[in-house]
Design a protein around this ligand. Structure first.
Ligand code: CA
Length: 249
C-alpha cells in the first residue's frame, strides 16, 4: 500500500506491515544526509516504516541546499560526507538561522569528536554503528523538543516576528526588513531582555567564516532603529544590545 503525503510532496511512503498505528505520513518530513548508499537506503526504509516522509541527500552540498530550501521537521546528518562534511553543513544551517533539529551520526573511534557535533549546533548525536531503535527514539525526542524550543512567532512588546513567513510587524503594521536585519532582530528577540554582545551577534548572524569588522553589527542596528523606532533596541555601553518591550517610540 502506498500513500501520497498531505502536503502534495511527491514522496511515496510505504506503509509498515502490521503497523496499524494510523499515523499521518504527511505530518513529519525528515531529511537523511548520508553518502553510504546501503546505509542511506536502510534509513529511508526504516524511517518511512515509522510513518515519516523521507528524502535522501548523498553529499553535504545537496544536504545543505535541501535543508535550506525545504521545511523539514528534522535532519539526520552523517558527519563523514563528500563535499561539505556534516559539521560544516550544520554550522552553515545555523548561520542561516535555520533551526531544524539535527541528529548527527558520528563515526565511533573516528577523528571527529562528538562534543564538536554539539558545538556546531547539532541537537543530538549518535555514534555509528547505532541501534535503529535508539535512532528512532532520539529522533522522536528531537521532534518533540524542536518545535517548543524555537517558537515560530516571537513577540516582544509591540514587536512581532514571524520566523516562518519572515514578516515583521510593529503594532500590527508590517515593516520591511532585509534578510540580515531580520536575522539580527530575530537573534535579539530570541534572547529578549538579555544584553547580547556585538561579537555574539556577529558570530550567529554572519557567515561563520566572516572575518570582517564588528561595525557591520552597528550598521544593522542603526537600520533596525530607523525602521522599528529608536526605542526598540537599547545600547548597553561596552556590553551590547538589548531588545526592549516598549517597541517604537
Ligand atoms: Ca558517510
Amino acid at each position: 500500500m502506498t500513500t501520497v503525503t498531505r502536503s502534495g510532496w511527491p514522496e511515496r511512503v510505504e506503509a509498515a506491515a502490521g503497523d496499524g498505528s494510523g499515523r499521518d505520513a504527511g505530518a513529519v518530513r525528515v531529511l537523511v544526509v548520508e553518502d553510504e548508499v546501503r546505509q542511506a537506503a536502510a534509513l529511508k526504509r526504516g524511517l518511512e516504516a515509522e510513518g515519516y516522509a523521507v528524502d535522501v541527500a548523498s553529499n553535504g552540498t545537496d544536504g545543505l541546499w535541501l535543508a535550506s530550501e525545504q521545511p523539514y521537521d528534522a535532519v539526520v546528518l552523517d558527519v563523514m560526507l563528500p563535499g561539505l562534511n556534516g559539521y560544516r553543513v550544520c554550522a552553515e544551517l545555523r548561520a542561516r538561522q535555520i533551526w531544524t533539529p539535527v541528529l548527527m551520526l558520528t563515526a565511533k573511534d573516528g577523528e571527529l569528536d562528538e562534543a564538536e557535533a554539539l558545538d556546531t549546533g547539532a541537537d543530538d548525536f549518535l555514534s555509528k554503528p547505532f541501534s535503529y531503535v535508539v535512532l528512532v527514539a532520539r529522533l522522536r525526542a528531537l521532534l518533540r523538543r524542536g518545535a517548543a524550543a524555537r517558537p515560530a512567532v516571537l513577540q516582544v512588546g509591540r514587536l512581532r516576528l514571524d520566523v516562518g513567513t519572515h514578516r515583521c510587524t510593529v503594532d500590527g503594521s508590517e515593516v520591511e526588513l532585509t534578510p540580515r536585519e531580520f536575522s539580527v532582530l530575530e537573534y535579539l528577540m530570541r534572547r529578549a531582555g538579555e544584553v547580547v554582545p556585538k561579537s555574539e551577534i556577529l558570530a550567529h548572524v554572519w557567515d561563520f567564516a566572516f572575518d570582517g569588522d564588528e561595525n557591520v553589527v552597528e550598521v544593522h542596528i542603526s537600520a533596525l532603529r530607523r525602521k522599528l523606532g529608536a526605542g526598540a533596541i537599547d545600547t548597553v555601553r561596552g556590553a551590547g544590545y538589548r531588545v526592549v518591550a516598549r517597541g517604537s517610540g
